[in-house]
Ligand binder design. Structure first.
Ligand SMILES: Cc1ncc(COP(=O)(O)O)c(C=O)c1O
Length: 474
């Protein structure tokens, strides 16, 4: 083996080496051999980690297909001019608070506070829209909700005895974050109502019986991704009772709650009902403002006692991890979100009045279109969420990535196989339809295409086929 010193010589003497062209056998194996995934972090072999990339990649390959797969917000209302205005609004707000122009400049351009610079505005939004009353100091503004989830699972994972319960089916981003944090997920079947208290209790008992320690339960009580299911107020109260009795933290993820239909009764979030600081609340402005800002947050008002007996907020502990992960969330994008919040008196609901109308109309159109095309079709069924982005449809055949590819290529319609959202083999005959980015004509066209796929699959099953459709070239 050549030493690092001789390797670094570019010319001269006996040890002439050219960078990038090592003498055979003289470089560490890693430079010539592929890295062995078996020697990399275990999460890299977890299929959940490839799920998002795969789904994005297939959507990218079939840009003409009707996008019932994308969970993105509608783009129609994006306007570059808004970004400039939001920044200005935020800067004026800081000046109005008595900051000097130099301080405002520094605030936007410099590294900034790890916990965030718009915490007070986020706290006001939570009070205005969600009736959640929290101290801004218990909030950490994060790089999207994805970072918030990671901070929480990383901090909660102490040893190999720890597990995280998650209502199944669950969001792949959570599964990935937990996998990176070495925190195994134990699925808890949500059932058609989104929570089965008996199944939850049984799962907690079983886990504890195995000597494991459930560190929390991850749940999306409002228009869950992927199921579209929401919990009623009674179920929420029941869940908080169980959490109290079983001494369990709840990780409430709520990106879609503000997209409730106007005529649907308002249901309080778990955090709004939480009197015992049991709920760690995960939020994002990705769906309600712009995902490009990558601004989310976590409310972590739990108290933590350190070794000296001194008490801190869990948010402060999460912020320590963040300081070594992303240092701080971009102050520029926080300022953009801050300006948008200020412009609407911190009401994200008000800021989204056009978007909410769009999503509600789309949801109605998708549900009506499904009824029109599939009510007489054997074995096809779907749920009827009263808001959010997602509807789940069950079909009498296997739904997997191969079928998605066929659907995109030969039928021109994209959706998401539900199996991506289950640990193990759940969701094998169901697909998720997202109604966020489609327009009214696309909904009709897309559902016609989906109906053609379902019809062909049913025909093949009737004629004794394996459910696979012969593929057309190209
Ligand atoms: C349930 C859920 N949580 C979190 C996120 C991620 O949010 P962000 O883009 O802020 O990381 C999403 C995005 O689709 C989601 O559906």
């Amino acid at each position: 083996m050549t030493s690092a010193v001789t390797r670094g010589h570019a010319h001269g003497g006996d040890a002439v080496r050219i960078f990038g062209q090592p003498e055979t056998g003289s470089y560490p194996m890693a430079a010539r051999e592929p890295l062995n995934v078996g020697l990399l972090h275990a999460s890299l072999s977890d299929p959940a980690m490839s799920s998002m990339n795969f789904l994005n990649e297939i959507a990218g390959r079939y840009p003409g297909a009707v996008p019932f797969a994308a969970g993105r917000p509608v783009e129609e209302f994006f306007d570059v001019a808004d970004l400039h205005r939001y920044l200005d609004v935020f800067c004026s707000y800081l000046l109005g608070l008595g900051r000097t122009p130099e301080e405002v400049r520094r605030c936007l351009f410099q590294y900034s506070r790890t916990k965030g610079i718009i915490n007070d505005l986020v706290a006001r939004h939570l009070a205005v829209d969600e009736d959640i009353d929290v101290d801004p100091e218990s909030i950490v503004v994060t790089v999207g909700c994805q970072e918030a989830m990671f901070l929480a699972v990383r901090a909660l994972r102490f040893s190999e005895r720890d597990v995280l319960l998650a209502i199944s089916p669950t969001y792949v981003g959570l599964v990935g974050a937990a996998s990176i944090a070495d925190l195994p997920i134990v699925p808890v079947p949500g059932g058609p109502r989104g929570l089965d208290p008996d199944a939850l209790r049984a799962r907690i008992r079983a886990v504890v019986g195995q000597g494991l320690r459930p560190r929390g339960l991850y749940i999306m009580p409002d228009f869950a991704n992927p199921s579209g299911v929401s919990l009623g107020t009674d179920q929420r109260r029941r869940l908080l009772e169980i959490a109290e009795q079983e001494d369990l933290l709840l990780l409430e993820d709520n990106p879609y709650g503000i997209f409730a239909a106007d005529d649907a009764p308002r249901v309080p979030s778990l955090k709004a009902l939480d009197r015992d600081r049991r709920v760690i609340y995960l939020g994002t402005f990705a769906k309600s403002a712009l995902p490009g800002a990558r601004v989310g947050y976590v409310v972590a008002d739990q108290r933590v006692r350190d070794r000296t007996g001194h008490t801190t907020l869990f948010a402060d502990e999460l912020s320590k991890i963040k300081s070594m992960l992303t240092v701080n969330t971009s102050p520029i994008t926080q300022a953009i979100i801050g300006g948008r919040l200020l412009e609407y008196d911190c009401s994200v609901r008000r800021a989204n009045s056009r978007e909410r109308a769009h999503y509600a109309a789309n949801m109605r159109a998708v549900l009506a279109g499904l009824k029109q095309r599939f009510s007489a079709v054997d074995g096809v069924d779907w749920n009827t969420p009263s808001g959010g982005f997602f509807v789940v449809m069950s079909v009498p055949f296997t739904v997997d990535d191969a079928l998605l590819e066929i659907s995109a290529r030969d039928y021109g319609v994209l959706w998401t196989p539900m199996c991506h959202f289950y640990e193990g083999d759940g969701g094998a005959t169901a697909l998720r339809l997202s109604c966020s980015v489609v327009g009214p004509e696309q909904i009709d066209e897309g559902l016609d295409r989906l109906a053609a796929l379902v019809r062909d699959m049913a025909q093949r099953r009737r004629s004794g086929g394996d459910g696979l459709i012969p593929t057309s070239p190209g």
